[in-house]
Design a protein around this ligand. Structure first.
Ligand code: C5P
Length: 218
């Protein structure tokens, strides 16, 4: 099949996952959730009991865990050392720790290399994360940067997981701050990314807009 890489970046709760999955399905493309990879590594780090502030120890655990992630619509599941961690990686412990683990340069180098390999082998793929257009796939055919108001993002997240809106808003703000200010590959909009504010848009509208952008390119 023809090669096509779509990079979807943006802060937590901007609608990246829902939009990226729908877009991938509608294009018959694969889908890679890079956040799930950072979350699975974080799960392994928490299980190991190493100190989260010990970058060297965290990197060692990351290098040793056997991480597998599905990119085919048949299953986007994640396993660590052969065990499904699908539920665990969405839990509060992993969510609280993931930005610290994702800030470790050696962890990023490891996962960025894995992601680039998967993209090269994929053909058509929609890749979602924080640094896809800027670092992982700078040559992507389309780069999108999704945003939404802080209130809309918190409302969406808490609707998804039935959590308290105020607590969710505080958690999103905390992770955005950590993700945007870290030294290694911070959350950033690539200069050639199309910014789309999804505050007032439904999922179908966003997906339709991205399909238009893809059709118009080049
Ligand atoms: O997208 P999701 O909320 O699952 O990502 C979880 C965390 O993983 C982010 O808050 C960020 O710290 C990290 N991440 C990253 N780079 C990516 C994807 C996720 O640093 N490409």
């Amino acid at each position: 099949a023809e090669r096509c890489v779509v990079a979807v970046d943006g802060p937590s709760g901007s609608g990246k996952s829902t939009v990226s999955r729908r877009l991938a399905t509608s294009l018959g493309a694969r889908y890679l959730d890079t956040g799930a990879m950072y979350r699975a590594i974080t799960w392994a780090v928490l299980r190991s009991g190493v100190d989260l502030t010990d970058a060297q120890a965290v990197a060692k655990v990351a290098g040793e865990v056997d991480l597998c992630i599905g990119t085919d619509p048949a299953g986007y599941g994640v396993t660590a050392d052969g065990v499904s961690v699908e539920a665990e990686i969405r839990g509060p412990e992993v969510t609280a720790a993931v930005s610290a683990v994702a800030a470790v340069p050696a962890v990023r180098a490891l996962l960025v290399a894995r992601q680039q390999e998967m993209i090269t082998n994929a053909g058509r793929i929609v890749v979602e994360g924080r640094d896809i257009g800027s670092v992982v796939a700078p040559d992507a055919d389309l780069k999108v940067y999704l945003t939404a108001s802080a209130a809309a993002r918190a409302a969406r997240r808490s609707a998804e997981d039935a959590s308290d809106v105020a607590a969710t808003a505080a958690d999103l703000a905390r992770r955005d701050r950590l993700d945007s200010t870290r030294k290694a590959d911070p959350l950033a909009q690539a200069p050639d990314a199309v910014e789309l504010d999804t505050t007032e848009l439904g999922i179908d509208e966003v997906v339709a807009r991205l399909r238009e952008l893809l059709a118009d390119r080049g």
